[in-house]
Each structure stands twice: as structure tokens, then as C-alpha cells.
Design a binder for this molecule. Structure first.
Ligand SMILES: *Cc1c(COP(=O)(O)O)cnc(C)c1O
Length: 821
């Protein structure tokens, strides 16, 4: 029970449910607190139940002890630490607000399934995020029910205490709770302890609440306290010490400062300690929305970080680029400077992040900015209905951990899929009515007036789901742009549509609450209320019911502000189809057959006009395509084209959107290389860190003298053609540096009409007497260009752009062009 694996193991959940079906609300701790002794005695005498229970326990033991995918890897990191300000593991542990938390939960569960030796760190918020209800007028109300950790599936780690030194001789103390997520320990720091004064006890009161001071203390506790908690936990539990630290968003950025402090105590200089910390650190940025990035007033940081390294710490968070604000300390910027490897969460978001943060890497082109991407995924056992998993398992063995074999789905009979889809739709309808009734009672209506709710939603009508947090870029009310149009779709006599909506606005976001109110008021109207519902208090339980029961998952953010989006992936794995703006993951994987893309009016500056165009396209798609395909039936009542699309989605999108694909990508592309870098840099008493810091200082100092003074080219034939070879010779000045300290490169390829290189290639020129020279193959027809540049070179750099240093020919139009036939 204290192992949270039950939260994604259907068989265990059923055992709990059968303890007392009328009490089961998806929370075993609560269940066992409420069930009577008589019932337990009855179960103890029930041989069949006892045998099932024993089998479940045995299964868990096997899960925890067996060799998994990771155990077959060579050179993998001994341990990985994962930092996030929120975790969505189960609705019974309400420590999340949205996508970041859900992703963190899915990451840990998947790491457990794959055997990745990860340890998670976060905070335990005594009031979680908030519980949402509605006023009679449809206005969002927030409640902060206190949680009692003793009533949650958590264990207090009695032997661990964390302490942080604060200004004016104050100290922040925290105790540490353990949430055991399968094989993965998750440490949650809690400042509500006696040693703290009243104000400090409140530090972990709620998620994303409070002013700058409060947030800073939370983030110091998460980053600095988090490292200390991990050290203590590894010492007492024998969990391998992390070689890699993975930080999600800027919130936990102070972990890098704490690690610098640790290495300083071992005798390294600040710069050496910085290199040691960076080598093993991975930073994932999760949003391109500026409001989602933490920025503190500089003076606030100055107040909390004093001592000999204070100025260097301040410099790490300084916005030193064009339109940077000199008065702020930016946590994302600090996070990137403290990490040798940085990634976004979809291909498009990677590109947007290179643009957005490119200023940190000086003169490099956007394409060269060292920010990659790993597209998010979702944990199938958490999000996929048991019926769907069982059906798919007929064709795809070991569907969850193996991201392969999904083509087999094509062999499933359409009738079986359709039958299960109806079961799930009906389950959602039942759940929606239950929640809607509860909501109307909270809003002050007498149960006797709520008879109409028995007819809300129809288990045979095309069901569209729309659930998300409510920041303005997600455009909750785009569908309301033309209310008559929407009413027409809902009430269509032949091909009606029904819509289930949910989402929380941040408590300080009045604008978001107004959007919710608009939706609620529309949905309250007697003529449409049987076809459109707003369900309060979106959480993982409601999310599961929605992604399983909806036929279509709708998403209409303002492109490109949705970094990835994951709820549409959950729907796809349940046999739902996506109807979405081409943003985040959908930009990458929409293929025309797995759903519908809402055309974006990119480049239209007037937001009102843009909404008008995009909503028009949305109505058009729903009526002429989505509903048309859904209601096109064979004599047996099956929608043939729809089922083709569902099968195609499962077979081709299924393996891509799995978190097991994502976690494998992290291990292979980021964790393993980071561990390798860390081993190299820390060997022999951090000889590598010392050497790299000294080399960087020398290189930075010498760089102003580094130039490309002259470039010569030669082609053997008179007229260049495809297959010719271009010989390039460059004369360079290196000042104090030696040829081993640099790489002289030719960047070449096709050019566009504005003379910029498109997807350029790079060839390295080798030192040849006083020159650098080499050959470039001319292997493509069309306009062609190249440029010579010098970048720093050192075996401990992960990317040549890492230091932001580059030298180009003195002539700024230095690119040479030609045309190939
Ligand atoms: C999946 C999920 C999210 C994140 O959804 P996005 O599509 O990434 O916005 C947020 N909240 C809940 C409850 C979820 O299940």
C-alpha cells in the first residue's frame, strides 16, 4: 500500500476495490482507514481474496527485484537525481498543478518500469495546489484543504533532517517524506516542523502561491535542501549516489549552487567547481511562455546569497543578452549556465528555445545553439484504460516497456475496438453526470431541481474533450467565438457533437477565471446543457476518465506557445483522435491520418483576427470532417473510416508517445553522456575540472585576438558541378592559443533567397603548416555557399558552441557563394 505502484497496476487496484467497493475512491490509505474491522475479518476468512492478495504481493516483489531494461546497459550512470517542483503520481497525492507535474510523475514511474536508478526530489505542500469549485454565477472558487501526510501513502524518514542557513542567523529546517514510486524513491521536503518559526513553517504551504520571497525560499529548499536530502538518503539507504542531476525548469536551479559549495569544500575554485557541477547536470526547459519562467529581483538574491562567491552567483542568473533586464535574476538562465546539456520537450519547442535563449551563446547562429530536444511521452499503465491495454496485448506483447511491435494493432477487429470505445464513452458520461450533480449542489441548487442531469450527455454521441490549465495562450474559449455556430454543432439533429470541458485557472489569474465563467455560462443554458459540460476540479482522476472516454481530444493553443502538450497523447493511446493546432508534439507527429490539424494563422498580428480565422477553421473541421467521419456507418453500425484512423493512430503514434520511449531517449542522449562527462572531469581528484577551468580562462582571455584573416578556395575543374570538390585554405591568427585549442571549420550547404545557409554541414579543416585546409564535397545542385569559422576545442566540451565563442572572417559578408548545376 505504501508502494505507489498500485496507482498504475490495475490488478492491485481491483484488490483494494474489493475490500469495500462502496468506499473505494482510488486511495488505499483512506480506504483502510474507513473500512470496518468486521469487513476485514470477513475478508481474512475469504480464501479466494486471500489468495489474490498474496498473488498481488508476490507480483510486486517480483517487479521490485527483477532485472529490467536498464540492467542490460553498459556504462550507464550509477544513479540519477531528478528535481521538479511538482509531481503528479496519483490524485490521492495532490502535489501537482499541471503538465510539468504529470510529466515528472510519468517520468519516475517509467524509470521504475525500466529499472533506471533514479531518485526524485520535490516539496511536500501542505495544501497541495487548490481544489476548484464554482459559485452560482460560474466563478472559480478555490479551497485549500490541508493534507495530513500521515493519511497519505508517505513515510517520514526519521533519520534525515535538512537545514539551510538564512541571513540574520536564521535557519530553515525541513523533514523529509518518502513516496515509494515502484522502485523509485521520491523525497519530499516539508518545512512544517517545530524548529521553524511560524513564517518558515509556511514555506511549503502551497504550490505556486505567495510572493517572490516565499517562492525564493521554496526554491532554495528544493534546490539546496534537495541535494542535502539526497546525500543523506543515499548514505542511509545504499541508493547509488547520483552521477547525473536532472533539473526540470528553473525552479530547482539552486541545486547547482549547492553542488558548487560541496566541491568548494573539497578545495576547488569556484570556476573548477562550476565545471564539475555542469558536467553531470541536465537542464530541461518546459515552456516558451515568459510568465512561466522564474525571475527574482536581483536585490532579493543579494540578500540571501552572501559570502565570497556572491557576485559569481549573481552573474549566473544575469540576463546578459539584448533586451535582458539588468535588475532581475533569471532562474532559467542560471539553470542553463549550470548545465552542460540543455533540452526542450518537442522538436518545435527545441527550435523555439534556441531562438529564445540564443543570446546566451553569443555570436552563434540559432541552429548552432546547443539546446536539443526530447519529446515528452506518457506512462501508458497510468493513462490507458484496462480494456484497451488488454485488447492491445492480444497483438502487442509487453506493450508498455517495449516501444515496438505496435504495427500488430492493425490486425484487431474494428468491432472489438468500437465496443470498447463505447464502454469507455459511457463510463465518462456516468462520471460526468455524477460530477455535474455534485457541482450544481455546491452552487446552491436543490437536488430535486436536478432531474435533467440524468439526461446530460449521450453515450452514442461524438464526444470531444478539452481539459487544461487556463493560461490565456491555451485559449479555453476559442470554441465560443461564434456561439451560434457552436450551438449548431451541438444540436445538429443528424450528427450532434458533445463537449466535456475541465481546467483550473491560477488563483491570481482573473482573466483565466473570466474565461471559465464564459464557458460555464454558455454550458448552463437550458438548450445546450445536455451537450456541453464544464466539470470542476480537473485532476488526474478526471483526466483519466476524459482521455479514456473522449473520441476526440481538442487542443487550440496559440502556436508556438505549447511546449509539448501531453493530454492528446493519452487520448491517442486510448484510441482517441486528435483535433489540434499544429503545436508542440502534434506539430511533429500529425500525419493527416491520425487526426485533424487546425490550420494556424501564423503571422497574423492582430490576435482577434487570428482567433477569428482559427475558430472558423475549427468549426469547419468539426462539422465537415470529424462528425462526418464519425457518423458514416456500415450496416453493422461501425464507422469504417474512423476505425481505420484509430488503428493507424495506435499502430504508428502509440510507440512514439510512450514515456518508455522518452525515458530511453533521456538515458541514451543525455544521462549517459552526462555521466561520462562527469566521470572524466572528476577523475583523479577533479583533475579534469581544474584543467578545463584553466583552459577556459586562458581561451576567453586570448579570444579577442583570434581571427580568420584570409580564405582561399580552389576547384579542380573549370566549371563546378555536382561531384566536384572544393579545396578551402584559411589563414588564421590564434594569438596566445595553439592550433590544438581551436577547430577551424567550413560551414557549407544550400542557401536560401536571403543568402542564409539551410541545414548546413560542417567540415573540419586540418592544420597544414601555417594554414588550415581541407576539402568540401559539392554534392547538391543549386545555390551554394560556405563560410569559415573558428571555435574553441577541448575534449571536455560537449558542444563547440558551449562557450559562446566564435571567430568569423573580418568581412561580415564573408560567405562565399556559387551556383551548381
Ligand atoms: C495530462 C494532464 C495535464 C497536462 O496536459 P497538457 O496537455 O500537457 O496540458 C494536466 N493536468 C492533468 C490532470 C493531466 O492529466
Amino acid at each position: 500500500m505504501l508502494n505507489l505502484r498500485w496507482s498504475w497496476d490495475h490488478a492491485t487496484q481491483e484488490v483494494f476495490r474489493d475490500v469495500a467497493p462502496e468506499l473505494w475512491r482510488g486511495d488505499p490509505v483512506r480506504l483502510l482507514g474507513e473500512v470496518t474491522g468486521a469487513r476485514l475479518a470477513e475478508l481474512a476468512a475469504d480464501g479466494e481474496f486471500v489468495a489474490r492478495l498474496a498473488a498481488t504481493v508476490e507480483d510486486l516483489r517480483g517487479y521490485l527485484a527483477s532485472e529490467r531494461w536498464y540492467q542490460g546497459l553498459e556504462e550507464a550512470p550509477a544513479g540519477v537525481a531528478y528535481f521538479s517542483p511538482e509531481y503528479g503520481i496519483t490524485a490521492a497525492l495532490p502535489q501537482y498543478s499541471g503538465g510539468l507535474g504529470i510529466l515528472a510523475g510519468d517520468h519516475l514511474k517509467t524509470a521504475s518500469d525500466l529499472g533506471v536508478p533514479i531518485v526524485g526530489v520535490g516539496l511536500l505542500y501542505r495544501h497541495g495546489y487548490f481544489a476548484q469549485s464554482l459559485s452560482a454565477e460560474g466563478w472559480q472558487l478555490e479551497r485549500y484543504p490541508p493534507i495530513d501526510p500521515n493519511g497519505l501513502p508517505l513515510t517520514l524518514l526519521q533519520d534525515i533532517r535538512v537545514e539551510l542557513e538564512l541571513p540574520e542567523e536564521r535557519r530553515l529546517h525541513a523533514q523529509v517524506w518518502l513516496a515509494q514510486v515502484g522502485r523509485v524513491p521520491l523525497l519530499l521536503l516539508d518545512s512544517d516542523v517545530e524548529e521553524n518559526d511560524a513564517a518558515l513553517r509556511e514555506v511549503t504551504d502551497r504550490l505556486y502561491g505567495g510572493g517572490s520571497d516565499h517562492r525564493l525560499l521554496q526554491e532554495m529548499l528544493l534546490g539546496i535542501g534537495g541535494v542535502r536530502a539526497i546525500r543523506a538518503y543515499c548514505a542511509i539507504s545504499g541508493h547509488p549516489a547520483p552521477e547525473v542531476f536532472h533539473t526540470n525548469e528553473g525552479h530547482a536551479g539552486f541545486l547547482g549552487i549547492e553542488r558548487i559549495r560541496e566541491y568548494r569544500e573539497q578545495g576547488l575554485s569556484f570556476e573548477e567547481a562550476l565545471e564539475a557541477g555542469r558536467a553531470g547536470t541536465v537542464f530541461t526547459t518546459h515552456t516558451p511562455v515568459p510568465a512561466g519562467i522564474d525571475r527574482f529581483p536581483r536585490e532579493l538574491i543579494q540578500r540571501y546569497f552572501t559570502g565570497p562567491d556572491a557576485d559569481r552567483v549573481l552573474a549566473l542568473g544575469a540576463e546578459t543578452y539584448d533586451d535582458g533586464d539588468p535588475t532581475v535574476f533569471n532562474m532559467a538562465v542560471m539553470g542553463m549556465r549550470l548545465s552542460q546539456r540543455v533540452n526542450g520537450v518537442s522538436l518545435l519547442h527545441g527550435a523555439v528555445s534556441r531562438e529564445m535563449f540564443g543570446g546566451l551563446w553569443g555570436g552563434f547562429d540559432t541552429d548552432d545553439v546547443p539546446i536539443g530536444s526530447i519529446t515528452n511521452g506518457v506512462h501508458a499503465p497510468t493513462w490507458v484504460a484496462r480494456e484497451v491495454l488488454e485488447l492491445a496485448a492480444r497483438e502487442v506483447p509487453d506493450l508498455v516497456t517495449k516501444a515496438s511491435g505496435w504495427e500488430g494493432i492493425a490486425a484487431l477487429p474494428g468491432a472489438d475496438i468500437w465496443r470498447i470505445r463505447r464502454v469507455l464513452r459511457e463510463r465518462l458520461v456516468t462520471e460526468a453526470r455524477r460530477r455535474l450533480r455534485a457541482s450544481w449542489i455546491t452552487r446552491g441548487t436543490a437536488p430535486a431541481e436536478l432531474g435533467w442531469i440524468n439526461d446530460v450527455l449521450d453515450p452514442d454521441v461524438l464526444t470531444i474533450g478539452f481539459a487544461r490549465r487556463v493560461p490565456s495562450y491555451k485559449r479555453l474559449t476559442l470554441m465560443l467565438r461564434d456561439p451560434d455556430r457552436l450551438r449548431g454543432l451541438l444540436l445538429d439533429p443528424e450528427r450532434p457533437v458533445q463537449i466535456v470541458i475541465a481546467g483550473k485557472a491560477h488563483p491570481a489569474d482573473e482573466g483565466g477565471k473570466r474565461l471559465i465563467q464564459q464557458i460555464v455560462r454558455f454550458a448552463d443554458a437550458a438548450d445546450v446543457r445536455h451537450r456541453i459540460v464544464f466539470l470542476p476540479d480537473y485532476d488526474m482522476d478526471l483526466g483519466q476518465a476524459m482521455v479514456q472516454g473522449c473520441d476526440v481530444w481538442m487542443n487550440n493553443p496559440l502556436r508556438p506557445l505549447e511546449a509539448c502538450g501531453t493530454s492528446g497523447m493519452k487520448a491517442a493511446l486510448n484510441g482517441g483522435l486528435n483535433l489540434s493546432i499544429k503545436d508542440g508534439w502534434w506539430d511533429e507527429w500529425a500525419d493527416g491520418q491520425n487526426g485533424w490539424s487546425i490550420p494556424t494563422a501564423d503571422g497574423v498580428q492582430d490576435p482577434d483576427r487570428r482567433d477569428a480565422l482559427e475558430s472558423e477553421a475549427l468549426y469547419e473541421l468539426i462539422s465537415h470532417h470529424v462528425a462526418a467521419v464519425f457518423y458514416d456507418r456500415t450496416e453493422e453500425g461501425l464507422p469504417p473510416h474512423w476505425l481505420e484512423m484509430v488503428k493507424h493512430t495506435l499502430a504508428t503514434l502509440g510507440p512514439k508517445v510512450l514515456a518508455s520511449r522518452m525515458v530511453r531517449d533521456y538515458v541514451r542522449d543525455l544521462y549517459a553522456p552526462a555521466a561520462h562527462s562527469f566521470r572524466q572531469i572528476s577523475a583523479d581528484g577533479f583533475a579534469g575540472a581544474r584543467e578545463l577551468a584553466a583552459w577556459k580562462a586562458r581561451t576567453v582571455k586570448a579570444w579577442p585576438a583570434v581571427t580568420v584573416s584570409h580564405v582561399d578556395e580552389q576547384i579542380a575543374e573549370d566549371s563546378p558541378h555536382v561531384g566536384s570538390v572544393l579545396s578551402v585554405r584559411a589563414e588564421v591568427q590564434l594569438g596566445e592559443l595553439s592550433p590544438d585549442d581551436v577547430r577551424v571549420e567550413v560551414v557549407y550547404g544550400r542557401v536560401d533567397e536571403r543568402d542564409r545557409l539551410i541545414e548546413p554541414h560542417t567540415a573540419v579543416l586540418s592544420a597544414d603548416g601555417g594554414h588550415f585546409g581541407g576539402d568540401v564535397p559539392l554534392d547538391r545542385a543549386g545555390p551554394f555557399g560556405y563560410n569559415v569559422r573558428i571555435v574553441p576545442r577541448h575534449p571536455l566540451l560537449a558542444a563547440s558552441a558551449e562557450m559562446g565563442l566564435i571567430a568569423l572572417p573580418a568581412d561580415p559578408e564573408g560567405m562565399t557563394e556559387g551556383d551548381l548545376r
